[in-house]
Design a protein. Structure first.
Ligand code: FES
Length: 143
């Protein structure tokens, strides 16, 4: 009984395909699913030629931190501008304040000289790396 039943099902199935109208299946045209283009980084890294500030925005004997560019620009003496990485050499926190002649890290209280980036206190052992800047007229830019 079972065999006969299976046979008739097979006959029916074969009969369906016997109409002579078989065509090749359409090739699937799936859209390209490549990875999307890379997104720009959330915070743009410092790029050469980028204007940072006007000289008047940097206090004499102090400095200004540019978080987006991760740069701190100081003016140890009137007309003398310096720039350092704003990334603490201890554990890579961003420095947060410039006061009393030092660039200060909020994480573990390391302090760096505004004149040469050297360690003035705290757990950091290496100075802040100097960054190249150009001062053209009253505009300070990354070199
Ligand atoms: S990360 Fe700056 S003092 Fe530790």
């Amino acid at each position: 009984m079972l065999l006969a039943g299976a046979g008739s099902v097979a006959a029916l199935a074969t009969g369906c395909g016997d109409d002579g109208q078989e065509t090749a299946p359409e090739p699937e045209t799936a859209p390209e699913l490549g990875s999307p283009p890379p997104e720009p980084p959330a915070s743009a890294p410092a790029s050469p030629g980028q204007t940072l500030a006007k000289t008047s925005e940097i206090p004499v004997g102090g400095g200004t931190i540019f978080e987006e560019q991760k740069v701190v620009v100081t003016q140890p003496e009137a007309g003398q501008f310096k720039a350092f990485s704003a990334v603490c050499t201890h554990q890579a926190c961003l420095v947060s304040r410039v006061a009393d002649g030092t660039i200060n890290c909020p994480c573990h209280a390391s302090r760096f000289s505004i004149t040469d980036g050297s360690v003035a206190g705290g757990p950091a052992r290496r100075p802040l790396p100097e960054e190249e800047i150009t001062v053209s007229g009253d505009v300070i830019s990354l070199a």
